[in-house]
Write a protein that binds this ligand. Structure first.
Ligand SMILES: [Zn+2]
Ligand SMILES: [Zn+2]
Length: 305
């Protein structure tokens, strides 16, 4: 299975997943034209897309959904709440292309099995998902206030992840946003911070995740080098060997003082149960975790699992 992001962050999100027979967009938060252009960059003809799955109705996830659905006659999968929330914004989608996806129910799309899960976020019925082609499994989880137990359980069975590292807590606190927005972002229904992403990824990589595309980074409250090195430092602290893909300032100049201390203090809601942890002790733990960053405005090269 191959996957990437076409764009990522509050100005527009779109992920692309392909197996040998099936091609999928997860969200289309750019204009139809921008999505087409991004797909062309990674060598994908939009006419070969089989469906769009929408995680939630925020504009940075739905901007191009209606246009693309009509232009390419694509079925659109979304939760009932998400359909209600986006109906007016995306224009008419022919009844025959409207598909419902429920948390914890599987949808089969040719050889891909998509299983949605509920996410804590300030939308009507937001979801993340796993996509499985029989050989490997990808997890997609962005726009999450925290990692719930249910999400953790599902994501630790994946080999690859598109996973949120939205903000640096200190940059958010001292940044330009008004207080109510800061509170919203940091809340349980907001977005996942770098240290919280790192702490969650320790457990997910213990479960078998071996490559992570860090996504939905804030422009104002984060920096790619800070995000990637924060997550790297937390993973390394827990004995994971990490390869960072991409050209980032070395950790020494990023200003990571206190990151580990802060991360340690934060209580994580999700802890794998003893049974989950001891099910297959150490068997799936990857020798190396590959970390890369989803660019804001352009496609990331295709990743393969
Ligand atoms: Zn978003
Ligand atoms: Zn959102």
């Amino acid at each position: 299975m191959r996957y990437t992001t076409i764009a990522s962050g509050s100005s527009g999100n779109c992920a692309y997943v392909e197996s040998k027979q099936t091609r999928l967009l997860v969200d289309a938060g750019l204009t139809g034209k921008q999505v087409e252009k991004g797909l062309a960059t990674v060598g994908v003809d939009p006419r070969t897309i089989d469906a769009i799955v929408v995680t939630h109705e925020h504009i940075d996830h739905i901007r191009g959904v209606g246009v693309l659905a009509r232009r390419y006659k694509l079925p659109v999968y979304a939760s009932e709440g998400c359909w209600k929330g986006m109906e007016n914004a995306i224009g008419d989608v022919p009844e025959a292309q409207v598909r419902l996806i429920d948390a914890n129910k599987k949808v089969t799309l040719k050889n891909l099995e998509i299983e949605a899960f509920a996410t804590p976020h300030d939308a009507r019925e937001p979801i993340g998902m796993t996509v499985d082609d029989g050989d490997s499994r990808l997890g997609i989880a962005t726009d999450i206030g925290y990692v719930t137990r249910g999400m953790g359980r599902r994501l630790m069975d994946c080999q690859g992840l598109i996973f949120e590292a939205n903000h640096d807590p200190k940059m958010l606190q001292t940044g330009p946003y008004p207080a109510h927005l800061k509170r919203r972002i940091a809340s349980d229904k907001g977005h996942l911070s770098n240290p919280d992403a790192g702490e969650a990824l320790v457990k997910l990589c213990d479960g078998g995740v071996r490559q992570v595309l860090l996504a939905h980074m804030s422009n104002e409250n984060n920096r790619p080098d800070l995000a990637v090195h924060t997550v790297e430092a937390i993973l390394a602290e827990h004995d994971h060997t990490v390869t960072v893909v991409g050209d980032f300032a070395p950790p020494a100049v990023v200003g990571l003082e206190g990151v580990l201390a802060v991360a340690e203090q934060r209580a994580l809601r999700w802890n794998p149960s003893g049974a989950q942890r001891s099910g297959n002790p150490g068997c799936n733990r990857p020798e190396r975790v590959r970390l890369s960053v989803a660019p804001r405005y352009e496609p990331h090269p295709l990743e393969e699992i």
